[in-house]
Every structure is written in structure tokens, then in C-alpha cells.
Design a protein around this ligand. Structure first.
Ligand code: PSU
Ligand code: MN
Length: 302
């Protein structure tokens, strides 16, 4: 598929043309999910991790109304530092392009733009999903439905534990999105190694993931994503007791303040970070690093 709307960096374009491994990275985690100035250092570190895994990093964002796949140094700095950078889900792309706006892309917008550019593997922290209290708010991340119709493999530490995890897994099943536990029989819990929920399929090597991807291609049919759920190492997870306690407070605070829509996820992540004295941030980063390393190995195995 030729993609003339997006600006591919020269490095990404050449790698794709020569069928070398490329890993897409999202930018919302950088602009809205991590504190400054650490966010820029993390963005650069994640790109370096992809490179040391033998793949080319393609961080995705929208700059001045143009989607970019693969950012130059100053572009990555802008995403990390500029206050006017918005949060763009898939549905926000067209208005952002028309308005000439700049924004960081969520999982839904990143997966869409990356797949469109011909990238097969994407790494992030934790997917969005069905929020607790869904029966009242109907808050379900656009990530899920977009992944139901986009052929890309997403390496993540499960879905954010601020969500209703069993309901999210149920939605993924309904939507026909495949879920593989990587080296685990339990669905990971983002900050925690396990959410306690079972997964139906377990793989243990990048080659096994690549085999599932090629079987998806052979089968054809709806172009759904494949989720590779890779747990944070237990030694680096957030203390589960602290997690449950602080999360309950964060959810109550979110409701009391009437935080809604796109602001909910950044609010909860920030609250957890403050109330765990930064421990949730370390667990989040450990999870993301592990996912980025694994994504590079999967891209190389293809
Ligand atoms: N993973 C992280 N931190 C984040 C996110 C993922 O470790 O901030 C972002 C992703 O961009 C994801 C978004 O798509 O949170 C979900 O937001 P929402 O719940 O508003 O759809
Ligand atoms: Mn939402």
C-alpha cells in the first residue's frame, strides 16, 4: 500500500522498502503519559532499545497537520516538550490534519498510521480498554475497535490496570482480536505481572509470534490485530497491595472531580505516580522497555 499522506522518515522508508525490521512506537505515552523532563529521555531510550534489537524505530505523531512515521530528533523533542501537543485518537486524525494541528497519537491512531505505512509490529505500555463504571459512562477506549480492524501486532503489558480488565478481555473476544500470553498463562496487569485473568494461548519465542502472524495472513478474513501480552518482570512490578490501595483512591478522586473523556487515563496514571512515590512510573517504564525489546525481536523474526 502506498501512503502519500504520511511523512515517512528516510530511515523508515528505506527499511520498509528493503523489508528490514521496523517497530512503531506511540507518542501519547510520551506527551501525556509520562512526566517531564523524563518523558524525552524515555522517548530517546525506547528508540535506542529498538535499534539495539536490530530494528528501526518509527515513532508516530502528527506535526502541523501532517502524520509522521519516524521522527527526527527535534520532532521528538517537540512532542515531549510542547504544551500545545494534543492527544489524538484515530477519530481525531482528520480534524487535526484539516486544522494543521499537532498531536501525539494514542494506540488507536498509531496502529492505524503504522499499518497504513506497512509496519507490522508496534510496541506500547498498556492498551486502553473498558473503564470501570462502564455501565454509567460507556467509556471504552477507541483502541479496541480500531484493533479489531487493523492488521498489526501490538506488544503490550496487557491493558492498563485502571480499567475493568475482565470486561476488556471480553470485548477483545467479541471483537475477534487475538491475544497471546508471552511466556505466561495469565493476562498481564500492566503495573503488575499478572491481572489474574487467564489467556487461552501462550507463546514463548518471537518465532512463535511470527508464526501466528503468518497464519493470520494465510487465513485472510477480517484484518484484526494480534495482541502479544508481555508481563513486566515480577521483580520490577508495583507492589500489588500498594497498587490496589492507591488505585481505589485514584478512581474515587477521578469521579469526585468529574474528570471525563480523554482526560481520564492521564489523570489516573498521574495520580498513581504521585501516590506511589514514583513506583508506578518505574513499573510502567519497566513494562514498556520489555515490550519494546520484544517487539524488535518479533520484527526481526518475521
Ligand atoms: N500506555 C502507557 N501509557 C499511556 C498509554 C499507553 O503506558 O499513556 C496511552 C495510549 O496512547 C493509549 C491511551 O492508547 O493511553 C488510552 O487512552 P484512552 O483511555 O483515552 O483511550
Ligand atoms: Mn476513554
Amino acid at each position: 500500500m502506498s501512503d502519500t499522506t504520511s511523512q515517512l522518515s528516510a530511515e523508515v522508508r528505506e527499511a520498509l522498502a528493503e523489508r528490514r525490521p521496523v517497530v512503531a512506537l506511540e507518542s501519547t505515552i510520551i506527551a501525556h503519559g509520562l512526566p517531564r523532563p523524563r518523558n524525552l529521555a524515555v522517548a530517546q531510550e525506547l528508540e535506542a532499545l529498538v535499534r539495539s534489537g536490530g530494528a528501526v524505530p518509527a515513532t508516530v505523531a502528527v506535526l502541523d497537520g501532517r502524520p509522521h512515521v519516524g521522527l527526527a530528533k527535534h520532532q521528538l523533542e517537540r512532542i515531549a516538550e510542547d504544551d500545545s501537543v494534543r492527544k489524538l485518537g484515530h477519530r481525531d486524525l482528520a480534524p487535526a490534519l484539516a486544522a494543521g494541528a499537532s498531536g501525539a497519537t494514542t494506540v488507536s491512531a498509531t496502529a492505524f498510521l503504522a499499518a497504513r505505512a506497512g509496519i507490522r509490529v508496534f510496541a506500547t505500555g498498556g492498551l486502553g480498554g473498558v473503564h470501570r463504571g462502564w455501565t454509567e459512562t460507556q467509556d471504552e477506549s477507541a483502541d479496541l475497535r480500531l484493533l479489531a480492524r487493523t492488521r498489526i501486532t501490538v506488544v503490550c503489558a496487557g491493558v492498563k490496570s485502571i480499567l475493568d480488565v475482565p470486561a476488556t478481555l471480553q470485548r477483545l473476544e467479541t471483537l475477534g482480536v487475538g491475544v497471546l500470553g508471552y511466556g505466561t498463562e495469565r493476562f498481564p496487569g500492566f503495573y503488575l505481572a499478572s491481572s489474574g485473568e487467564p489467556v487461552d494461548w501462550t507463546v514463548r519465542t518471537p518465532e512463535e509470534v511470527a508464526a501466528v502472524m503468518s497464519a493470520q495472513e494465510t487465513l485472510g478474513g477480517p484484518e484484526a490485530a494480534l495482541i502479544v501480552a508481555n508481563p513486566v518482570p515480577e521483580a520490577e512490578q508495583l507492589d500489588p497491595v500498594l497498587h490496589d490501595q492507591v488505585l481505589a483512591e485514584a478512581l474515587a478522586e477521578c469521579e469526585a472531580r468529574g474528570v471525563a473523556g480523554q482526560a481520564v487515563t492521564p489523570f489516573l496514571l498521574e495520580h498513581l505516580m504521585r501516590r506511589t512515590g514514583g513506583a508506578s512510573l518505574e513499573a510502567n517504564l519497566a513494562a514498556v522497555r520489555g515490550n519494546v525489546r520484544l517487539a524488535a525481536r518479533i520484527a526481526a523474526a518475521l
